[in-house]
Design a protein around this ligand. Structure first.
Ligand SMILES: *Cc1c(COP(=O)(O)O)cnc(C)c1O
Length: 575
């Protein structure tokens, strides 16, 4: 018999974006992919979890690029009814003094043993609402400050109300993925007090909330944290709720969502060891731990490697630890699987762009959000140097993908510069830029290139996860030492570093020089002259990094550290 009532001791996971499937554009990038992978692993490990997000009927956006690399954006419309089940349940939320009705759609993540984790997408496109309110759950990271605050109120406040109405009475932990859902804490305060008391909350009462809240921060730069002007908060949330936030001393001119989540959470973590340190520096009064991100292994392993693991490590899907034994897979089988993945990528590129890349040529991959700190154009610092390397050390080709946020002009300029470099290099190094980076493309790229490149400005890559996907497919990383790569990097074994980790300031000139030097002296010679040693590195990337940087390990760390600690310790602030 299947149990129909929600399980007891549930973990409720809140995330503004969740990457469920390439056909469901309710995510923009790493944060959403992480959320999706977390839920997939929760289902695999039979962890009682439930998740809340918004429906984003017009998605993030569809990206097209013209001949000069100018980004053209259009809504990524999709039909929820094709993928999700609409629930009859509705809740109301007061926004700007109006009662806004919120509905929900359900998606089920099904784990390896058949266990399910439901995800509820909140939706305001209901007849009960006026035209403007019906659009509140349309765009992911779109609109102005007011729009974003309304969305965050829906996620946090209506999210908690919806879970209660769906029968989730026994939620042990509320896990906020990034500050967007921090207003869930306000809903918990209201629940606890019956209504918000005019006198504010005592530390004992706040502590009771903190025992149930876990907060994961993802942003290592202060400008990345959501912040709303105090008068907007009063206008949108109303006087009672805004006053409560003011009593918590969280409304000094503006409301910072990260600070709200920090204040009300008993366990707080960054997403890599380094990011934990950086976050402690940003919020010195706060106890901040680190749980390094991961990826869902079977989701991100391309078919040729999945077949290989099924043959040699048959239990790997149920227990990712078995990937450790990839060291025993014969090198020729490794090479064969990779050749197949590479062929599939090149076939898709031909189909998408008409360009036929060469299977035998060393291929670098770079796919990430186009934004300043990711420095997508660092590889093109010195085009003459790059041409020389290709001439003397061996031919190479480069594959790019990535969207710039519609308001990120600097990010858009980087895409144009990559197009310019591609044109200038046309006879020496083939460079292709693929449109509309999404999960499907991500999987093809991470598995089909020979080396995965990453060039962030330190310490801005909180973790990064695409290099972990590459490792699962035996693709070594070549990256600046930041985020997860500080932990995953063993020089010449799992990949290579660009520059070193010393010095606080980034020196783009020195880092570009290190990049060229290693390409010319180490990576290309290894690829072309020592295929066995290259294949050994592929194997170590899987055994050392694939077996560890996965969401199965990550979620068990959340269970053992975060979820247990939130309840037992409710870590006190240091002041
Ligand atoms: C994995 C993934 C990301 C995150 O990768 P980073 O290494 O953090 O840049 C972003 N977008 C898509 C589509 C992905 O698949």
């Amino acid at each position: 018999m299947k149990k129909s009532s929600p399980p007891s001791g549930t973990i409720a996971y809140f995330s503004m974006d969740v990457a469920v499937d390439s056909k469901i554009p309710t995510y923009s990038g790493g944060l959403g992919v992480l959320a999706g992978d977390m839920l997939r692993s929760a289902a695999d490990l039979e962890i009682p979890m439930v998740a809340v997000s918004l429906i984003h009927r017009k998605g993030y956006f569809d990206q097209r690029l013209d001949w000069h690399g100018n980004q053209l954006e259009s809504p990524a419309k999709w039909s929820p009814e094709e993928h999700l089940v609409r629930l009859p349940t509705k809740v109301t939320l007061s926004l700007e003094g109006r009662e806004v009705c919120v509905g929900a759609w359900k998606y089920i993540f099904r784990g390896v043993t058949g266990c399910s984790v439901p995800l509820f997408f909140l939706d305001t496109d209901l007849e009960e609402n006026n035209a403007a309110d019906r659009g509140l759950t349309d765009f992911l990271y779109g609109g102005d400050e007011r729009y974003r605050l309304c969305q965050e109120a829906i996620l946090g406040l209506a999210g908690v109300a919806m879970l209660r109405k769906l029968g989730y009475d026994d939620i042990r932990v509320f896990h906020m993925n990034e500050g967007h859902s921090a207003l869930a804490t306000l809903a918990l305060m209201e629940e606890q007090a019956g209504s918000l008391p005019e006198s504010g909350f005592s530390e004992v009462e706040i502590d009771a909330i903190r025992r149930r809240c876990v907060f994961t921060t993802h942003t290592p730069v202060p400008a990345g944290h959501d912040r709303f002007p105090a008068d907007l908060v009063y206008q949108v949330l109303g006087k009672t709720r805004a006053t409560t936030l003011a009593q918590l001393q969280l409304m000094d001119g503006s409301l910072n969502m990260t600070e709200l989540a920090l204040r009300l959470s008993g366990f707080v973590n960054g997403v890599s060891m380094r990011h934990g340190e950086i976050s402690r520096g940003m919020f010195p009064n706060q106890s901040i731990r680190a749980i390094t991100n991961g990826v869902h292994a079977s989701t991100w392993t391309a078919a040729p490697f999945a077949d290989l693991y099924d043959r040699f490590l048959p239990e790997w899907r149920r227990d990712n630890c078995y990937l450790r034994y990839a060291v025993g897979i014969p090198l020729h089988a490794m090479r064969q699987a990779h050749a197949q993945a590479k062929r599939e990528l090149l076939r898709q590129i031909r189909w998408l762009t008409g360009t036929q890349l060469d299977e035998k040529v060393f291929t670098l991959g770079f796919a990430r959000r186009a934004t300043g700190y990711k420095r997508g154009d660092l590889l093109f610092t010195d085009l003459e140097r790059l041409k020389q390397i290709a001439r003397h050390a061996g031919p190479m080709q480069v594959i790019y993908a990535g969207k710039a946020h519609p308001r990120d002009e600097g990010g858009k300029a980087i895409i144009r510069r990559i197009f310019e470099a591609a044109a200038a290099l046309a006879n020496d190094v083939r460079v292709v830029y693929l449109e509309n980076y999404d999960m499907a493309l991500g999987k093809l790229l991470c598995s089909g290139v020979d080396v995965w490149l990453n060039t962030p400005l330190r310490p801005q890559e909180a973790s990064g996860t695409s290099g972990m996907k590459a490792a699962l497919n035996g693709v070594p990383s070549f990256s600046v030492l930041d985020g997860w790569w500080i932990e995953g990097h063993i020089e010449g074994v799992t990949g290579w570093s660009i520059g070193d980790a010393s010095g606080v300031e980034n020196d783009s000139v020195a880092e570009a020089a290190s990049l060229y030097e290693k390409l010319a002296q180490v990576i290309l010679p290894l690829y072309y002259k020592e295929p066995d040693r290259f294949a050994q590195m592929m194997r170590s990337a899987i055994a050392l990094n694939g077996s560890y940087f996965n969401t199965q390990r990550m979620i068990s760390q959340y269970v053992r550290n975060a979820y247990a600690a939130a309840r037992d310790l409710a870590v006190q602030p240091l002041d």
